[in-house]
Design a protein around this ligand. Structure first.
Ligand code: IPD
Length: 279
């Protein structure tokens, strides 16, 4: 029983590594960029191609009937984002598409697996850095083959906090995001950072390089794998209002401990977003 989902986990690691190689190769050629929800929400042929490769190979290995798939690009093309109790793969083929387009060297493949709506494992392959982060529930979190742990810092004044501004540039949201960032900087914290990929940001919390990452507006595919990695590294997940974390809510605080999370939460100016599973 304790080895349940081991085969799926190991296969996901292989698939993520192969997908990362495709992304690296594509980055050497001319990248054709299109937009999705707005002028700064970018997508490339590589996002589509890599998602097809990942889902295709998972279907071939584990069968289509019993497993469900939530993939960023399939959802953006109109497939409903339905999260059921069935074994479900949650995939971001290229997390950090804007970075990929610009050659900014943080791009990740993110693959998570949930059963009964509970995340069982997560794999984040930061493919330009060639770092494989992975975690399976109850088995610890790893970067390559080394076990990782969140930082033990409890003093917010000694922390590095990560956040992102996403792609929604409506004036009200931008001003709330920057007002939150100002308040956090003034606590003061040692620094405020952002790698441009939510999946990688969560791995930075998991390995102790940062104490917390929060964002409103992320999607389930950006963070699902990171959630398992942070938890297995000893960290916690909360909603931005301090309540229980909800994968479909598009709101998240991941932190090394509750002291740091609660201090950040005090400063977050919340704005409305449409849930991933909204009809
Ligand atoms: C984006 C990245 C970014 C975060 C956005 C995401 P994508 O994912 O994770 O860091 O700020 O909210 O949408 O579009 O590159 O897969």
């Amino acid at each position: 029983m304790c080895d349940q989902w081991k085969e799926e986990f190991e296969y996901a690691v292989q698939v993520a590594r192969a997908a990362g190689a495709v992304i690296r190769k594509a980055g050497e050629c001319e990248i054709k960029v299109q937009t999705k929800s707005c002028a700064v929400d970018l997508v490339t042929q590589t996002d589509d191609r890599v998602e097809k490769i990942i889902i295709g190979s998972l279907k071939e290995q584990f069968g289509e009937g019993t497993h469900c798939f939530i993939g960023e690009e399939s959802v953006s093309k109109g497939k409903p984002c339905v999260f059921t109790d069935k074994p479900t793969w949650i995939i971001d083929p290229v997390d950090g598409t804007t970075n990929f387009v610009h050659g900014f060297p943080f791009v990740a493949v993110s693959i998570a697996f949930a059963v009964n709506k509970k995340l069982e494992f997560g794999v984040v392959y930061s493919c330009i850095e060639d770092k494989m982060y992975k975690a399976r529930k109850g088995h610890g979190a790893f970067c390559d083959d080394e076990q990782i742990q969140v930082s033990d810092v409890k003093d917010i004044n000694k922390s590095i906090i990560i956040s992102e501004h996403g792609t929604d540039r409506s004036p009200e949201k931008v001003s709330k995001i920057f007002s939150t960032m100002q308040k956090i900087l003034r606590i003061p914290v040692h620094g405020l950072r952002g790698s441009g990929t939510a999946a990688t940001n969560m791995c930075l919390v998991a390995c102790g390089a940062s104490e917390a990452f929060f964002e409103i507006g992320i999607h389930c595919w950006d963070i699902a794998a990171g959630v398992v990695i942070v938890r297995e590294a000893g960290g916690i997940l909360l909603d931005v209002d301090g309540g229980e974390f909800d994968l479909m809510s598009r709101r998240m605080v991941s932190a090394n401990n509750k002291t740091i999370a609660d201090r950040i939460i005090k400063e977050i100016e919340i704005f409305e977003v449409v849930r991933d599973d909204a009809e």
